[in-house]
Design a binder for this molecule. Structure first.
Ligand code: DQA
Length: 144
């Protein structure tokens, strides 16, 4: 079964971006980890990243049209993009919000997620492990 792992702005810079906050694993490492674990779980995982809000919205439409489960790290869009939230709300399969860091342990503006209420659930604070846990949660969800 196909799964999309969608990443918002600045996440393509993983590894070099504030490693004290986001860890030293590179974006390529994230892709590898998600693809390998996905295969173990019987998923055909495709990982994408974009700095563009419209592109992320279009990918969410694509997932909705294809009934494809999504693991979504919206980056900073999490906190203010109603367009992305409305796109996520159209989901036709489980959608899990993930964050590398724990936004509640950080600045006030990160304490609000506009997407959380339309997600199946959220995993945050486990670094790359948040994605691994989300893929495992998806496996639970789709097996019913
Ligand atoms: C993030 C948390 C967001 O607040 C931030 O803007 C990001 C990354 C995370 O994975 O911890 O870009 O989504």
């Amino acid at each position: 079964r196909r799964v999309l792992v969608l990443n918002g702005p600045n996440l393509g810079r993983l590894g070099s971006r504030e490693p004290d906050v986001y860890g030293s694993t590179s974006y390529a490492g994230l892709v590898e980890r998600c693809t390998a674990l996905g295969a173990e779980l019987g998923f055909d995982v495709e990982v994408r990243e974009t700095n563009d809000e419209g592109e992320l919205v279009r990918w969410l439409h694509e997932a909705a049209d294809g009934r494809v489960p999504v693991v979504l790290n919206p980056g900073a869009f999490t906190h203010y993009s109603y367009a992305m939230r409305d796109a996520a709300a159209q989901r036709t399969a489980p959608l899990i919000e993930v964050h590398l860091s724990n936004p509640y342990a950080r600045e006030e503006f990160r304490h609000t997620s506009v997407v959380a209420a339309v997600a199946t659930g959220t995993l945050a604070g486990f670094g790359i492990g948040s994605y691994a846990l989300a893929l495992r949660a998806l496996a639970e969800e789709v097996s019913g």
